[in-house]
Design a protein. Sequence first.
Length: 280
Amino acid sequence: MATMTKPKPFVKWAGGKQGIATKLVELFPRSFETFFEPFIGGGSVLLTLKPQNAVVGDLNDWLLDAYQAIRDDWKAVAKILDKLPNTKDDFLRIRSIQPEKLDRVHRAAHFIYLNKTCFRGLFRVNRSGVFNVPYGAYQRAYYDATNLKAAAKALEHVEFRHTDFELAIGDAKTDDFIYFDPPYHKLGGYSDFNRYTRFQFRENDHLRLAALCRELNERGIRWAVSNSDTAFIREIFDGFNLVPIANRREINLKSQDRGIDELLIVNYRLPRSATLPFPD
């Protein structure tokens, strides 16, 4: 019997969790009804967890369109990608096309193409929400067919919500679980990158998230939050379980600067079967 391929992210994302997704999932509750992830990003955790029921959200409409197109017809997206040439002139031409003028399948193909051919695979937009990363001159495959097929399968039971994180989890219940992975609080250098949409995620937004988590805790809803290990984050989540996590930020140009100390903050008892050296 053929073994089902484990899906991986089909785009590169600053702040992605691919290197630690399995470790994070070990720290999640063992059972829940619906999994909520209102900052989907590169989708490492979602694709690793592969929940039976999931609701994901983001304010990056283009990103969510890519997920939906892969779920609904990954072969159509791949067919378009096969026709896109990897040259600087073609990159600039495709980058100049406004995604909202395309159908969802073409939007997804352009999103993946630009992500794979732009400098460092960095998704960045200006204040108007326009993608503005320069050409990277990389000769690499845009996609892996086996992985796209596996990702599409993993996304079958996922509902997508193009909205703010508070609205995305508005109907969560006590038997659900929420994982928040917002743009991180500032550490310095490339770790501070947060221009994923035309809206930046500032300290007031972190305070808003912390207040929401306290409200959810009072309602008996379980959640986990990933964020940088700073005094500010420790202060606003004081009273909850703080789990130190070592991660890497591959977006940094200097390999020696890619290590990052972050936190997983949870409001529930951690599973004893988890293998990480975390405080109980």
